[in-house]
Design a protein around this ligand. Structure first.
Ligand SMILES: [Zn+2]
Length: 114
């Protein structure tokens, strides 16, 4: 587990294994079913990122209180950040992208036009 840069009360926490990710969410009282679903979804992003040649890890964004409040599950890039086109592909990789995924893809698409 690695604690990321603190910015305005939120913090990104990355995990080196599925187990660490699962344990973190269990500690925040998330249910097994929820965790399984989230893991499956985030893996679809991860696998696409890896397929495109980017190293990435499971991550969460938390509000930095004690205990932390979960804001979002996500993936974090280790090393090279994908191009905008690849970020869009990664955002839309899951069979059922979330609203946040669509929003991200749309935002990246807007940037591409600039
Ligand atoms: Zn997603």
């Amino acid at each position: 587990m690695r604690l990321g840069v603190k910015m305005g009360g939120t913090r990104v926490v990355t995990f080196e294994s599925d187990e660490n990710f699962i344990n973190f969410l269990l500690k925040l009282n998330k249910r097994n079913r929820y965790i399984r679903k989230v893991l499956e979804h985030e893996k679809e992003h991860l696998n696409k990122a890896r397929e495109l040649g980017y190293d990435s890890q499971l991550a969460v964004v938390v509000w930095d209180t004690m205990p932390p409040i979960l804001l979002a599950e996500t993936i974090e890039y280790v090393g090279a950040k994908p191009t905008l086109q690849d970020q869009i592909k990664i955002a839309l990789a899951p069979q059922k992208p979330s609203k946040a995924d669509y929003r991200l893809a749309r935002g990246l698409g807007e940037k591409l036009k600039c």
